[in-house]
Design a protein around this ligand. Structure first.
Ligand code: AMP
Length: 364
């Protein structure tokens, strides 16, 4: 079983680490010579527009998959000529454009914030009148981890937001005064079999995921989230892991965005679920039976942004599991995560009181 991965970041790296016990071989394609998945799998160094490199990967692989969604549509088409490609190219196209994503959510009856497209300063004034403030101006494409976003609180912010983000297609959406953020990780196999991980609660700092806790016990929200994720899986004829991020407001879910890949808010599944999201993504794209998505005990995942804590200090906390991605430290960069696992919430809280200050002290 040979899996070619487009993109050689930490998600590709953790896919490879999960796949070796199954007997899967990997090659990853990435423009960077030091892409961190290249430390654990053969790296084809090349641009995502490079037809020869894409063809080389596709000729070798039984199936191609992705570790990020902003793969050029032409690249997916080249791969599809020579090998199976999962998730489907349509899922990538939808996730690449916030307008296409919101349109699909709306068509499927998945609640979304009020929004308007913005292609000029005049349109921005019109959008502010319709959507009302506070609101968030976002680039339609290539936004991630809070990049390409500007919060508008008063009309005085309009011109500055336009100066910062203007000249690319934009979307203004209403600011959701959410009580919390949650995500659903769903997986669908080639046979149409589906499975859902327990609901995850996420906390962000400066637009970047900071902590995920699972399982988050909220049966009614979980039911809504699974229902919405299932609609997406079926409509897209999806194969692989799909993540959907939601705001929670007044006991209801409002969809923020989806990611057609394994997701940062699912890293806890490595230690905290019977089958990790990485293994289940591989099982799905390879046409193998899916594994149980049940949680074992309770987990919290802390992202290490910028730098990592000392392994000896972090691992001294009972239940801590350390994941370094092999990336050079740099402010704002995701360089690893630590998952804390415990039998019960009280033990988890006690461990978190020890671990969180260590991770915070090294992050930045
Ligand atoms: P995104 O890149 O769209 O996932 O946004 C990153 C983070 O910014 C989200 O997880 C929220 O914490 C915050 N955010 C994005 N859009 C909104 C919104 N419409 N209302 C409130 N907060 C938002």
């Amino acid at each position: 079983m040979k899996v070619g991965i487009v993109g050689g970041g930490q998600l590709a790296r953790m896919l490879a680490l999960a796949g070796y016990p199954l007997g899967v071989q990997f090659q990853v394609l990435d423009p960077a010579a030091d892409a961190c998945a290249g430390q654990v799998a053969p790296l084809i160094q090349g641009d995502y527009h490079d037809e020869n490199r894409l063809a080389q990967l596709a000729a070798w692989a039984d199936v191609a998959t992705f570790d990020f969604e902003n793969v050029p549509a032409a690249a997916a088409a080249i791969l599809e000529r020579q090998t199976m490609v999962y998730p489907p190219a349509e899922a990538l196209a939808v996730a690449q454009d916030r307008l296409a994503e919101k349109t699909l959510f709306w068509e499927l009856g998945i609640p979304i914030p009020a929004f308007a497209t913005v292609d000029s300063l005049v349109e921005l004034y019109g959008a502010v009148a319709r959507v009302e403030l506070p609101a968030v101006l976002k680039t339609r494409r290539l936004g991630y981890d809070g990049k390409g976003q500007w919060v508008l609180r008063t009309e005085a912010d309009i011109e500055q937001a336009w100066r910062v983000l203007g000249n690319v297609p934009l979307l203004l959406e209403s600011f959701v005064p959410f009580e919390r953020e949650v995500s659903v990780l769903a997986v669908r196999g080639r046979s149409g079999e589906t499975a859902f991980y327990p609901l995850v609660e996420n906390q962000h700092r400066d637009g970047i995921l900071w902590q995920s806790q699972a399982p988050f016990h909220a049966p009614e929200l979980e039911r809504q989230g699974f229902d919405y994720a299932r609609r997406l899986l079926e409509r897209l004829n999806y194969v692989g892991v799909l993540a959907v991020e939601f705001f929670v407001r007044d006991g209801r879910l409002i969809a923020n965005e989806m990611a057609p890949r394994v997701h940062n808010s699912g890293h806890w599944t490595i230690e905290g679920a019977v089958t990790s999201q990485f293994e289940n993504h591989l099982r799905a794209v390879l046409g193998l039976p899916l594994g149980s998505t049940a949680a074992m005990g309770c987990s919290v995942m802390l992202n290490c942004i910028g730098d990592l804590p000392e392994p000896a200090a972090a691992l001294a906390v009972p239940g801590a599991h350390y994941h370094a991605y092999g990336k050079a430290p740099r402010p704002g960069r995701k360089v690893g995560h630590v998952t804390l696992w415990a039998d019960d919430p009280a033990a988890l809280r006690a461990g978190l009181d020890q671990l969180a200050p260590l991770v915070d002290a090294s992050s930045g």
